[in-house]
Design a protein around this ligand. Structure first.
Ligand code: DOR
Ligand code: ZN
Length: 343
């Protein structure tokens, strides 16, 4: 039986929520990853260092005893973010990045940025303090087709941000298109991207062909096969610009299986296994360790982890739901088989 052993990996983009959902999902991320960059799109959003520290405390309280896991906190950028707050974030050892949500782009993004040009003075502050900006790269214009939102964002905003702030450390989060991959590959070393398991494994047919599959609905939305192929090529290329970010985004099953379902794929319980499947499909299992365990840490200027995790090549049935108490969340690939298992 084939076994794959990797340096302990990190998740550079995850949603663990708070309250009862946090209690139900945190252990899955903490089991697979040594560290994770925790997204700040709570209700209300985590906009200050004080809120980020309180959120961190909540996470640590919920963490199962004896589990070695470090949450890396982020701030939610708004038009009203104070320069002093960004300076405090840069000085805080627990805050590692600031997240830019275009207003209305996704879950809990109402408080996000409506006019990206208006926050350029704040980007200059981030550049100065070397605090990474994590970007949800989609325009929200009504006249933009949902499948073109990332491409338009690159043309309209990201190119301009990169040009205006040449030393700003940028992560284009959860890239989904060949345009994003090509842009990031051609940019300087200060520009990187995360890639999710769902965008490596599925194209938009998985969302819509043969019936609507709400558990494959996330934002940015799944794209055509040619885009998936470009993402797979980037992730398995050995380029340090592309690293693991699951974007695991739990919503309780009822709010996914609804007339207006929430965006987000819950992949935390089997994320590493899904990445292994994708890399195996590309004949590039030897490239998984760099993507999962090295390049993100290097980009963030953090040490690579000590210790290892192992995956065994073994088929197993993904449960229909994970959860605790009254919270039940349907995972990606629920009821399907996965060919690798963490051991
Ligand atoms: O599908 C998504 N879900 N995309 C995001 O950008 C946010 C996330 C969430 O928080 O549910
Ligand atoms: Zn996300």
């Amino acid at each position: 039986m084939k076994t794959l052993t990797l340096t302990r990996p990190d998740d550079w983009h995850v949603h663990v929520r708070n309250g009862a959902v946090l209690k139900a999902v945190l252990a899955y991320t903490a089991r697979q990853f040594a560290r994770a960059v925790v997204m700040p799109n709570l209700k209300p959003p985590v906009t200050t260092v004080a809120q980020a520290l309180a959120y961190r405390e909540e996470i640590l309280r919920v963490l199962p005893e004896g589990v070695d896991f470090t949450p890396l906190m982020t701030l939610y950028l708004t038009a009203a973010t104070a320069v002093e707050e960004l300076k405090a974030a840069a000085d805080c050892p627990f805050v590692h990045a600031v997240k830019l949500y275009p207003a209305g782009a996704t879950t809990n993004s109402d408080a996000g940025v409506a006019n990206i040009w208006a926050i350029y003075p704040l980007l200059a502050v981030l550049e100065k303090y070397r605090l990474p900006l994590l970007v949800h790269g989609e325009v929200t214009d009504d006249d933009c087709d949902i499948f073109d939102r990332e491409r338009w964002f690159i043309d309209r905003h990201f190119t301009d941000i990169v040009r205006n702030f040449p030393a700003l450390r940028l992560v284009l989060e959860h890239v989904t298109t060949k345009e994003a991959v090509h842009f990031v590959a051609a940019a300087g070393v200060n520009v990187a991207a995360t890639i999710t398991p769902q965008h490596l494994l599925y194209n938009r047919n998985a969302l819509l062909a043969g019936g609507i599959r709400p558990h494959h609905y996330c934002l940015p939305i799944l794209k055509r096969e040619e885009h998936r192929q470009a993402l797979l090529a980037a992730a398995t290329s050995g380029s340090a610009k592309f690293f693991l970010g699951t974007d695991s985004a739990p919503h309780v099953t009822e709010s996914k299986e609804s007339a207006c379902g929430c965006a987000g794929c819950f992949s935390a319980p089997l994320a590493l296994e899904l990445y292994a499947e994708a890399f195996e499909q590309a004949g590039a299992l030897d490239k998984l360790e760099g993507f999962a365990s090295f390049y993100g840490a290097d980009f963030y200027g953090l040490p690579r982890n000590a210790g290892t995790v192992s995956l065994r090549q073994q088929s197993w049935l993904v449960p229909e739901a994970y959860g605790a108490d009254a919270v039940s969340v349907t995972p990606l690939k629920a009821g399907g088989m996965v060919g690798w298992k963490m051991c």
